[in-house]
Ligand binder design. Structure first.
Ligand code: NAD
Length: 493
């Protein structure tokens, strides 16, 4: 494998100031796949200064949106040109099955293309007239880039989470320092090569790899950053918000979830099982919006459980590069241990383990775990309340709509939620009652670049994707002009 021992700062590949490096592991084989540059505060400082200079003096924020769009489209095309290769890197770094990685990489390219369109539209839409009640004045609201953005991303969708931040930030005219997760840093570094080949001006996108402590914290604390965009866990989100509070940085947070799925007893059981499985076993359940709490109306509870158990036992587990594999390993030893502990905890708490939780017999290496179905999960148990971030679904029965909505909303999280019923009115009613940023009706998880993404409560602040994602990186400036008539003041008579 090629070397990843340099950081991308100011359009150049440079060794970290202290020449540090760390290893990234293939979670299917537990083998090291690459040595990666370990940035520290000094490197972060250089990256922020480069981004600052590119923002304060460089062409990027001053260009027409249409010209930025051309660069974004070239980045999108650059990703597409290398799609199979990037997908394979993602599988080796993260563990996910290849078809899912191909999907992620394609989506990442699509994200750049989508925000290219919005960048172009900014030329027309940057200024909107504001109606004033006083005809002596006229006013416009003008959208301008927020400045230098610091982005910190997680390991579950490495290139896609980077795209969700880099594409709208660049479309808006911001410059950026991106720190990807130390568990899956490789595709972010490849993205830097693609951006450079697309003629992105130096300093507009800087990529520093390293740990949260040594690279993430200095980035979130750096006074040269105007905006922090973070996706990750609630505890880290809280630390980032505290760092942002010190100098009042603009901040957006995409955090964890414990997303409920309410299945009424008029639902098609096969369809419900398919969406539940997609919701919790896709990407090994390492999905912030994963369908991790399922509420099933009592009339179909036993039948649905039996069907789900049967299907979960059939899932093929293995190295994501092997054909037909539907469930890869968890991303790391740490995550594997956490999920195994959660399964033990669920058993201790009295939930009924229907299937899964063990290492598959045919795999003696790698962080593999059989998909887990827990039934009759007590509402006061840890596994019902906390995010496990693995292929573990917690299910319980409910009797009526009011109980289902109450149980679904009884969480400190509010990212995703879903409802299934043949009764459209009931679906609409429940969708409106659910306290979550994303609600799916008769499905769970479909995600579109065009639609807003983000959480209520402790699942985050702000929205990514769609025009909301672009607004994350824009300030609104009021420009008010005195036109004619009697001045407003009263000093000179
Ligand atoms: P994490 O919080 O451990 O790490 C996320 C990123 O923060 C990594 O790049 C890490 O290096 C960095 N980091 C860690 N400590 C830091 C610090 N003190 N200062 C600055 N940066 C620091 O999360 P993770 O384990 O990588 O990801 C899993 C979590 O992410 C889950 O809770 C999941 O729900 C959440 N997630 C949310 C979304 C969403 O859109 N809401 C999407 C994906 C993942």
């Amino acid at each position: 494998m090629k070397s990843y021992e340099q950081l991308f700062i100011d359009g150049r590949w440079v060794a970290p100031v202290h020449n540090g490096s760390f290893e990234t592991i293939d979670p299917s084989t537990e083998q090291t796949i690459a040595k990666v540059a370990a940035a520290t505060a000094e490197d972060v400082d250089l990256a922020v200064k480069a981004a600052r200079k590119a923002f304060d003096e460089g062409p990027w924020p001053r260009m027409r949106g249409g010209d930025r769009a051309a660069v974004l489209r070239r980045i999108g095309q650059g990703i597409r040109d290398r799609l199979p290769e990037l997908a394979e890197i993602e599988v080796r770094d993260n563990g996910k099955p290849l078809p899912e990685a191909l999907w992620d990489v394609g989506d990442a390219a699509g994200c750049f293309e989508y925000y290219a369109d919005l960048a172009e539209q900014l030329d027309e839409r940057a200024e909107t007239p504001v109606a004033l009640p006083d005809e002596r004045f006229s006013s416009v609201a003008r959208k301008e880039p927020v400045g230098v953005a610091g982005a910190i991303t997680p390991w579950n969708f490495p290139i896609l989470m980077a795209a969700w931040k880099v594409a709208p930030a660049l479309a808006a005219g911001c410059t950026m320092v991106l720190k990807p997760s130390e568990l899956t840093p490789l595709t972010a570094l490849e993205l830097a090569h693609i951006a450079a080949a697309a003629d992105l001006p130096p300093g507009v996108l800087n990529i520093v790899t390293g740990t949260g402590k040594d690279a993430g914290a200095p980035l979130s604390e750096h006074p040269g950053i105007d905006k922090l965009a973070f996706t990750g866990s609630v505890p880290t989100g809280s630390r980032i918000m505290q760092a942002a509070a010190r100098d009042i940085k603009n901040v957006s947070l995409e955090l964890g979830g414990k997303s409920p799925f309410i299945v009424f007893d008029d639902s098609d059981i096969d369809a419900a099982v398919e969406w539940i499985m997609f919701g919790i076993f896709w990407n090994q359940g390492e999905v912030c919006s994963a369908t991790s709490r399922v509420l099933v109306q009592r009339g179909i509870y036993e039948r649905l459980l039996a069907r789900l158990e049967k299907e979960a036992r059939k899932i093929s587990i293995g190295n994501g590069l092997q054909e037909g594999v539907l469930l890869g390993p968890l991303v790391s030893k740490g995550q594997y241990d956490k999920v195994r502990e959660a399964v033990q905890r669920g058993k201790d708490e009295g939930a009924h383990l229907m299937t899964g939780g063990a290492r598959p017999a045919h795999l003696d290496k790698g962080y593999f775990i059989e998909p887990v179905v827990f039934a009759d999960v007590p509402t006061d148990s840890w596994i019902w309340k906390e995010e496990i971030f693995g292929p573990v679904v917690c299910i319980r029965a409910f009797d009526d709509e009011a109980e289902a909505v109450r149980l679904a909303n009884d969480s400190r999280f509010g990212l995703g939620a879903a409802v299934m019923s043949r009764d459209d009115e009931r679906c609409e009613r429940v969708a409106r009652a659910l306290r979550a940023g994303i609600v799916w009706i008769n499905c769970s998880q479909p995600t579109f670049t065009e639609a807003p993404w983000g959480g209520y409560k402790q699942s985050g602040i702000g929205r990514e994707l769609g025009e909301w994602g672009l607004n994350n990186y824009l300030e609104t400036k009021q420009i008010t002009r005195y036109v004619s008539g009697k001045p407003w003041g009263w000093y000179i008579r």
